[in-house]
Write a protein that binds this ligand. Sequence first.
Ligand SMILES: Nc1ncnc2c1ncn2[C@@H]1O[C@H](COP(=O)(O)OP(=O)(O)OP(=O)(O)O)[C@@H](O)[C@H]1O
Length: 272
Amino acid sequence: MPTEPKNTESKNTEPVSTASRGLRTEGLTVRYGGLVANDGIDVEVRPGEIVGLIGPNGAGKTTFVDAVTGFAPCEGRVLLDGRRVDGLPAHRRRRRGLSRTWQSGELFPNLSVYQNVVVATRPGGLRTVAADLFRPRRKGEDPAIARALAAVGLGDVSGRLARDLTLGRQKLVGVARALVGTCSLLLLDEPAAGLDSTESREFAGRLRAIAAADGPGILLIDHDMSLVLGVCDRVYVLEFGKPIFGGTPDEARADAAVVAAYLGVPMENADA
Ligand SMILES: Nc1ncnc2c1ncn2[C@@H]1O[C@H](COP(=O)(O)OP(=O)(O)OP(=O)(O)O)[C@@H](O)[C@H]1O
């Protein structure tokens, strides 16, 4: 896992604008030595909106999520609800509501769905779960975790072992982990990897439900083009770290530069 950058610029937390809610990046640039992994990226994700970030392997998608959430040092500006957060360490951005999933968000197969969320979201999570096995908690379920599980449609299976869920539902446990607590922007890094087309459609429906009704904005990275183009309101495309497109899924399908970035493969079938 990348390391957190130091909090070098506390002045970056000054309010800049109250007009724009959600996430905005301006000229976001990440350099790894001589490699410019993100090169001047401007992205906007408003509350309730699902926005895709796509591009071929190595285009810089995960780097972008790392930079926005505070796990990679960047130049440029990152604003959440009109306030700069790019000077904050990762844990403080999380507290502000920038929440992400990880590509390798494995579950504990022999723990329940509820316990899997506890482990990932409570300080001393695994110890808490172990203690609960011997001394049932007096307070009952944590309402924040119960709300997150309900939001992803797993409220009725919170006591089931993770290993007994379908892969699609296991992926939703990862999303629930990210939803616990304040979440005003959800960044999902390849959340549907390994799902078949039916599971992927169900997953898309659940994302729509999360974003609707005053939900957070969602930034979705995935290689499943039918998922991304089917569920997103807008998409951005990266190539070699540079933004080459921003627009609707229909516009993306018709854009010559986007199609070329995918080696001419029709967008519905492209494996990004
Ligand atoms: N910590 C790092 N140090 C040095 N180079 C890195 C680091 N992380 C990523 N890179 C490089 O930055 C570039 C972008 O990588 P990144 O993982 O962001 O791409 P991606 O679009 O998410 O790829 P994929 O679709 O394969 O997950 C690649 O060339 C990668 O090798």
